[in-house]
Design a protein around this ligand. Structure first.
Ligand code: ZN
Length: 505
């Protein structure tokens, strides 16, 4: 990789609009420069100050045809003040690209994208499905504690419903609509309307509230091709969605409970303390509901955070038009910030669907609705943790938790016994009875990111023990099989970030 230093540069940048008239006409305000024998166009808000640039690296070159007949070459790259800063960035970039979840997904056989199936639509392979199910299992436990009752709603509704919810008008560009039997239907971009219908299915009294419903709901949003990016940006993805229908006086309690659980979930993956940031977004210029409603709800959100002793920042005017919200960001091991968890107050949908409950005094009141997601999109969260852990996921969520490898073929019967014992205890285990050398089989297990390699030889077979190779040079010889199983189960039950075996070695 060559780093161009300032001294070596031999480029004269001259403004040259008149030399390329058709281009200028198309590009409008964009500035055009002559750089040697090339013409370069630069976005109006980009500042060029060659004197500030000490080192440049072109990272990508691609053809760009903004309109027929106008062929451009798009160069993208980075510039830094010094070669050492650039080198540091490139090092980071190399690390990030090695951890790219799309690469890991292929290498670890987790999921795939197929031209025949269409872009932005992920197909989970068996190992990826296990990760997905573990994430869902984790959130199911959280929902249980929070009192959300799980429901299941269809993927397609009459357009009629999307018109009531307002998605038809607001979201039409991203919705998949089809006419069937003379009526228009739409694939769901959000799960809310189904849950609202459940709320509306019977009269509700103040005593029935809160009504809390959750769903691992797969939604479809037809994003532009260029915006799709692996599991991070899909056209179909599953939200760990949930909706609470509350009395006004119940909002604070609910918000606090959700935040506590979100913190707990993030901590399981090692995100806590300084690596978490919380934002409260307030009333934008265009909004529905009264100012008073907004003020009250925003205050409740802020007070909830204060009562929990959690610092937050305010994003003035960045709430959705239908209500204020809390967004929780975390920083991964590569220093990138991600937003997954969100708690949104909604004044609009209860109004659009005319939701009511009968209050203590017999009067009809409108419930407050909260939309909440803890992981956000299961797929996106999976991408983030794959990159965060470089594919080496904690044991509890690893598709294969242990692999039994006999040192020689005559030990196969014992290896089968060990695998059978682990499996009967609920451990996801497999075996490698391949003909290759031991070191090759160990390397294969390592490459597949399997947390525990269980080696068995003659001595282990005689003593009913196992020899363990864990991550980061963990090695435990001759451990009783029962003891290893117990430790492994404890590690899985606790959803431990580290390998407990290390503490015993
Ligand atoms: Zn919703």
């Amino acid at each position: 990789m060559k780093v161009i230093e300032a001294e070596e540069r031999d480029i004269e940048i001259v403004e040259a609009r008149s030399e390329v008239e058709p281009l200028v006409e198309f590009l409008g305000r964009t500035r055009v420069y002559r750089v040697g024998e090339f013409h370069a166009y630069i976005e109006p808000d980009v500042e060029i100050s060659p004197e500030k640039v000490g080192a440049i690296k072109i990272l990508n070159i691609s053809a760009h045809t903004p309109q027929p007949g106008l062929k451009l070459l798009r160069l993208s790259g980075v510039a830094f003040k010094s070669a050492s800063e650039l080198e540091k960035y490139l090092e980071w970039l190399r690390e990030a690209s090695m951890r790219d979840h799309r690469v890991l997904g292929r290498r670890l056989d987790l999921f795939g994208f197929y031209e025949e199936a269409g872009q932005g639509l992920v197909i989970y392979h068996p190992r990826g499905q296990i990760i997905r199910e573990e994430l869902i299992g984790l959130i199911r436990e959280v929902n249980e504690r929070l009192g959300y009752r799980e429901v299941y709603t269809p993927h397609v509704y009459r357009a009629f419903l999307w018109k009531i919810s307002g998605h038809y008008d607001l979201y039409k560009d991203k919705m998949v609509l089809a006419e069937i039997g003379g009526e228009e239907y739409g694939i769901k971009p959000m799960n809310c309307p189904g849950h609202i219908l459940i709320y509306k299915s019977k009269p509700r009294s103040y005593r029935d509230l809160p009504v809390k419903l959750s769903e691992f709901g797969t939604v479809y949003r037809w994003e532009k091709r260029g915006e799709l990016y692996g599991l991070l940006r899909l056209r179909g993805f599953t939200q760990d969605d949930g909706h609470a229908f509350l009395r006004e006086d119940q909002v604070g309690e609910e918000v606090k409970n959700i935040i506590v659980e979100v913190m707990g979930v993030l901590k399981i993956f090692g995100f806590s303390g300084e690596d978490i940031k919380i934002y409260v977004s307030t009333r934008p210029e265009e909004y529905i509901g009264t100012e008073e409603m907004w003020e009250k709800a925003t205050k409740v959100l802020m007070e909830s955070l204060e009562e929990l002793g959690l610092p937050y920042e305010v994003k003035e005017g960045e709430g959705a038009f239908y209500g204020p919200k809390i967004d929780i960001y975390f920083r991964d091991s590569l220093g990138r910030w991600w937003q997954c968890s969100t708690i949104q107050v909604d004044f609009a949908l209860p109004q659009r669907f005319d939701l009511t409950y009968v209050d203590r005094d017999g009067s009809k009141k409108r419930p407050v609705m909260i939309h909440r997601a803890l992981l956000g999109s299961i797929e996106r969260f999976m991408a983030i943790i794959l990159e965060n852990f470089s594919g080496r996921l904690p044991t509890w969520i690893s598709p294969i938790q242990a692999r039994v490898i006999p040192v020689s073929r005559d030990i196969i019967p014992y290896a089968e016994k060990v695998a059978g014992y682990l499996r009967s205890n609920g451990i996801r285990v497999d075996t490698d009875f391949g003909e290759e050398t031991l070191s090759k089989r160990i390397k294969r297990a390592y490459d597949e990111a399997i947390p525990y390699i269980v080696l068995v030889g003659r001595r282990e077979a005689e003593n009913n023990t196992v020899t363990i190779r864990g991550r980061g040079n963990i090695q435990v010889k001759d451990m009783p099989l029962e003891e290893f199983t117990k430790i492994l189960l404890e590690e899985v039950r606790k959803r431990s970030l580290t390998q407990i075996v290390a503490e015993k070695s």
